[in-house]
Design a protein around this ligand. Sequence first.
Ligand SMILES: [Mn+2]
Length: 357
Amino acid sequence: MDFLTLAAHLLSPPGSGIHTVSNGKERKEQLQKTLYQSNQADIVEQRWKQQLKDQLGTKNLALLSYPCDTGAAITRGSNWGPLYLRQLIQSKNLCDLGDVAVIPQLLSDEDTSEQTKQRIAMERYPQELRDQLPVAPLSILKTIAAAFFQDYPDQPLLTLGGDHSLSYPIVHGWLKRKKREKKKLGILHFDAHTDLMPQRLGIQHCFATWAYHALAELHSAQHLLQVGIRSSAQNQQYWQQNLGLRQIWANEFRHKGLDWAQAQILEHFEKLGVQELYLSVDIDALDSEYASATGTAEANGLFPHEIIQILQTLKASDLVITAADLVEVAPPLAKENDETLSWAQLILEQMIGNLEA
Ligand SMILES: [Mn+2]
């Protein structure tokens, strides 16, 4: 099935991915008024689909929202990330793919019973497509991402999360399509955590495992570079020796400085001959002083300007970022005078600057 056909069944207009009837609908209506000058469902749907048709296949940045945190644990709330972040993006000429239409009690189809899948398909999909379409959020994302990169390989994609589990399905689709062009590919990953577990409590695909699964699909483990790590059951040596990837931990970053870190990142990817990068930014890479509205905030992290400057340096280099995500921003966890969203906005603007041609 092509992307547009899938989008009609698996995505919904920006803001509508969290099913709200009365509670919590104000922000959705506000966003849709801003984007489509209406909050009437049928008009919003019509204008969203028209814009999609006009913008798909151009070089305009495609934006996908994943309003789901079922893949997280500890403290939730990042399902509201996209609705808040979308409102902060000023950039014109976006190709807004909309929201993954989320059933918040589910994660992956493989973890969902046949009975449940059938019941949801009956509710959501036309009869002829019921046994073909996924129902759980991560599985929907995997199908959508694969179709997007297949149909529009030259259009950059930014995904707003949501919890970090979203990165694997996107990276999977990105790698699969780009490998066909024999491109040399790498992943740059900012995070306080490694996300390198093969599984967590028996769940294969969740926020703590995405990088492990992405690693297996890269040309070699060295093609994944993690920056900002500081909360891990194992030390740096363990990860680098056992899995073979490259990490820059937050303490080393602080000790040796931003200029050192920038040079390391550039040199590392250049030495491998990497041409295109996937960028994943977990907001908890930032020090908890700057990012407390997130599920697992950690002290002693990076400063916003450090991430921004690294991205500016990349922009000036030959390394091109063609897909990216910003994850784990959880607005409901914000305390009084919290500035997480302002810092996230600054980083997001730089990310968009990197992705736009
Ligand atoms: Mn993470």
